[in-house]
Design a protein around this ligand. Structure first.
Ligand code: 3B9
Length: 327
C-alpha cells in the first residue's frame, strides 16, 4: 500500500475505532463484536508501524503510551479545583438550603449527583484534542498524569467538536476490577488494596502507563472548568454539554425542585448503594442555576452553592470477600 492509500485507510480506521470505543466505553452499547474491534486495531497498528508519521495524537493505538516516566511533572490548574463542604444528616442539608435561599432569595432548584469514591482529576482539551490530565493535588498544583489517564478508554482522545476547555471528574476502579486485582495480588503474595479508591489512586500514580492500562479504570465527568465561556445557564445543561462533547457522565443524577426532594433522593441511595458497580461515599447537591451559583460564589476552599452528603463508612468487607473467593 502506498503512503496516499495508507493515510486514507489510517484516518478511516482511527475514526471507526474511536467511534466503536465511544459506543463501548462511554455509552456501554457496543455496535460491533470485540473480535471486529481487535481486527481493525491490528490493521491500524500495522499501517502505523509501516508509516509512523500516521500515528496521530488521538489515534486509539496511542492510548497505552511509550516510556516509563521517572517522575510526574507539576501542573498548575488554570481554574482551581475546589473541595466540598460536608453534610452528615438531614438537618445539615436543611441548614445548607436555608443559607442558599437567604442569599439568592427566590426559589432554588438543585441537581443531585452520586459522589464517586475515586480520585478527582482535571482533563484539558485544546481544539478538541486531549492535551493534559492532572490530579487535584492541593487544588491549585496537581501532578501531570496524562499518560496514565490516556489509558482510561472512556476518556475521549478527541472531542466531537474543537472545544478548548478543562473538565473535572472522578477516576475510579469498578468493584469487579478491584476484586479481580486483589485476587491476583493475593495469588502473588502481594499486599492487597484496602478499597477501590486506594486502588485507583495507586494505579494512577504508577510511572509505567502499561500498569495503569492493566487496571481497568473508568471515569465520570461532573464539571466544566469555566462554564461561562459556553453560554450555558444551568449545571444540568453543563452535564448535557459534556455528554454532547463525548464525555462519560453519571446517569444517576436527578434534578430536585426543593430540599425535600433532595432528602428523598439521598435516602433512596443509602440502601441502593451496594447494588452499584462502583463505590460511592455520598451524594453531591448543587444549585442548578449558574446565575445563582455566581451570586453565592465560593470561599477559598469550596463553593457556597454545593455540599456533599456523606454516607457512614461502609465496613470494609471487600477484603474478606476477596479472601472468601480465594478459599
Ligand atoms: C463543585 C465541585 C467543587 C467542582 N467545582 C470546582 O472545583 C470549582 C472550581 C472553581 C470554581 O469557581 C472559580 C473559578 C475561577 C477562580 C476561582 C473559583 C467553581 C467550582 C465538586 C467537587 C467534587 C465533586 C465530586 N466528588 N463529585 C461530584 N459529582 N461533583 C463534585 N463537584
Amino acid at each position: 500500500m502506498d503512503f496516499q492509500a495508507a493515510e486514507k485507510k489510517a484516518a478511516e480506521l482511527q475514526n471507526l475505532l474511536n467511534q466503536y470505543g465511544y459506543e463501548y466505553y462511554v455509552l456501554d452499547k457496543p455496535s460491533v463484536p470485540d473480535a471486529e474491534y481487535d481486527r481493525l486495531m491490528r490493521e491500524l497498528t500495522e499501517i502505523e508501524e509501516q508509516f509512523p508519521e500516521l500515528k496521530t495524537q488521538d489515534s486509539p493505538t496511542q492510548r497505552v503510551g511509550g516510556e516509563i516516566l521517572d517522575m510526574f511533572k507539576k501542573v498548575e490548574h488554570n481554574i482551581p479545583m475546589l473541595s466540598l463542604g460536608n453534610a452528615f444528616g438531614e438537618q445539615d442539608l436543611r441548614d445548607f438550603d436555608r443559607r442558599v435561599r437567604q442569599a439568592v432569595g427566590e426559589k432554588v432548584s438543585y441537581v443531585c449527583e452520586l459522589k464517586i469514591d475515586g480520585l478527582a482529576v482535571s482533563l484539558r482539551y485544546e481544539k478538541g484534542m486531549f492535551v493534559r490530565g492532572a490530579t487535584r493535588g492541593d487544588g491549585t498544583i496537581g501532578e501531570d498524569i496524562t499518560s496514565n489517564l490516556k489509558t482510561i478508554r472512556s476518556i475521549p482522545l478527541r472531542l466531537s467538536e474543537p472545544a478548548t476547555l478543562e473538565v473535572r471528574g472522578e477516576a475510579f476502579m469498578p468493584k469487579k476490577s478491584f476484586m479481580a486485582l486483589n485476587e491476583a495480588k493475593q495469588k502473588r503474595d502481594e499486599e492487597p488494596f484496602a478499597n477501590p479508591r486506594n486502588a485507583a489512586a495507586g494505579s494512577l500514580r504508577q510511572l509505567d502507563p502499561k500498569i495503569a492500562a492493566s487496571r481497568n479504570l473508568d471515569i465520570f465527568l461532573y464539571g466544566i472548568g469555566d462554564p461561562g465561556e459556553t453560554g450555558i445557564e444551568s449545571h444540568s445543561e453543563g452535564l448535557d454539554y459534556l455528554e454532547k462533547l463525548g464525555f462519560k457522565t453519571n446517569k444517576e443524577r436527578r434534578r430536585a425542585a426543593n430540599i425535600d426532594e433532595v432528602i428523598k433522593f439521598v435516602e433512596s441511595w443509602v440502601e441502593r448503594r451496594p447494588d452499584l458497580p462502583y463505590d460511592i461515599d455520598g451524594i453531591v447537591i448543587k444549585v442548578d442555576s449558574l446565575e445563582q451559583q455566581e451570586e453565592l460564589g465560593t470561599t477559598a476552599k469550596s463553593p457556597r452553592w454545593a455540599i456533599a452528603f456523606k454516607f457512614p463508612a461502609e465496613e470494609v468487607v471487600t477484603i474478606l470477600k476477596a479472601i472468601e473467593l480465594n478459599v
